[in-house]
Design a protein around this ligand. Structure first.
Ligand code: TXA
Ligand code: MG
Length: 323
């Protein structure tokens, strides 16, 4: 459907399906989500089953209005209110104390819940039509690249879903930023669509990145993530060409993601992101899937500076590269 003018009947039907406990995939501004009634344990359990998601990895609960955060969170700290006022609706997920209304499967048994209000008109309309909080992890098979187009969702999960709403490509392309507000100080658990610098400006303090022990607070960061079949390598711009030549010489089929046009050996598949970090983020997961389809053995991606959206891009690339 038209991403800017969601059709009423389709929205109502998708909302009804969610309310009844069915699985509905829909576009958000970040990636496609696989939605289920967040308060119905059986519906959320089916999400884990269909995705092949480890049961210790909680899902994000999506709300249609800021006030609805109170349905799923026991307490909303002042920092959360500040951030919600500035970044909701949008790609910011807040980890808050969980309300007893939220079943264990949704939060993987944690005493906290991750909540966000998406800004995509189709996502918002469907969640509002459902009239219930909607649990929605990315609508991909667990471990693979996230889906940024309806085709990706159909490729990965098509036969197992009840409804797939096609609203075109997702405008941001990497997932929401996840910020934990349940500890002594705010902790960035996953960089994403809202820049860390923008959060720091609103909170008036530096934000630490959750690492090691703390990363366990966002269980998803422990699992294999975003990886296509091809081996992924992240290299600085000046080394791209040499790396591509080395693998081509070994008889490998090579894909390259670069930020500027470069000379490459014949047979390399190259995608050039001349429109900056937003384009890199928007197209990254699509390109990783495309390179698999082209039969690439290796994808060599140009590293970017870890500032703004660059932090999220590098996070996804590193995880895709980890074996
Ligand atoms: O942009 C997004 O956030 C997309 C769209 C669909 O909204 N959703 C998404 O969901 O990326 P998912 O399930 O693929 O990633 C959720 C992340 C995981 O890393 C998970 O561990 C973390 O959020 N998370 C969920 N609940 C949490 C909690 N209570 N505490 C800490 N981390 C949590
Ligand atoms: Mg995911």
């Amino acid at each position: 459907m038209d991403p800017l003018r969601p059709q009423r009947e389709v929205v109502e039907e998708a909302g009804r399906a969610l309310r009844e406990g069915l699985l509905v995939a829909f576009p958000t501004e970040t990636v496609y989500g696989l939605g289920a009634h967040a308060l119905k344990a059986e519906a959320v359990a089916r999400v884990f089953l269909v995705k092949g998601r480890p049961p210790d990895n909680p899902v994000i609960v999506h709300v249609g209005y800021p006030e609805d955060v109170e349905v799923v969170a026991r307490e909303v700290p002042k920092a959360a209110l500040l951030l919600m006022a500035r970044f909701w609706p949008g790609p910011l997920t807040l980890v808050l104390p969980r309300s007893p209304a939220v079943p264990d499967v949704t939060t993987a048994g944690l005493d906290t819940v991750a909540v966000r209000m998406p800004s995509h008109p189709v996502a918002l309309a469907i969640i509002r039509a459902a009239g219930v909080p909607v649990a929605a992890p990315s609508a991909n098979r667990s471990g693979g690249p996230s889906p940024t187009r309806a085709e990706h969702v159909l490729e990965d999960l098509g036969p197992d879903l009840d409804v797939v709403v096609d609203g075109g490509p997702c405008p941001i392309g990497v997932e929401s930023t996840v910020l934990d507000l349940t500890g002594e100080e705010p902790l960035l658990l996953r960089p994403g669509g809202v820049a860390k610098e923008a959060l720091e400006a609103v909170l008036g303090r530096p934000i630490r990145l959750g690492r090691g022990e703390e990363a366990a607070r966002s269980p998803g960061t422990r699992h294999r993530h975003y990886a296509p079949r091809a081996q992924v390598m992240v290299v600085p711009g000046p080394e791209l060409e040499a790396a591509a030549r080395r693998f081509t010489a070994q008889g490998k089929r090579v894909g390259v993601i670069a930020t500027r046009p470069i000379a490459l050996p014949a047979g390399c598949h190259v995608r050039v992101m001349t429109n900056g970090l937003p384009q890199y983020a928007r197209e990254l997961f699509h390109i990783l899937r495309e390179m698999d389809r082209l039969g690439c053995d290796v994808v060599i991606a140009e590293a970017v500076e870890e500032k703004g959206l660059g932090l999220a891009i590098m996070d996804r690339l590193r995880r895709a590269a980890a074996r």
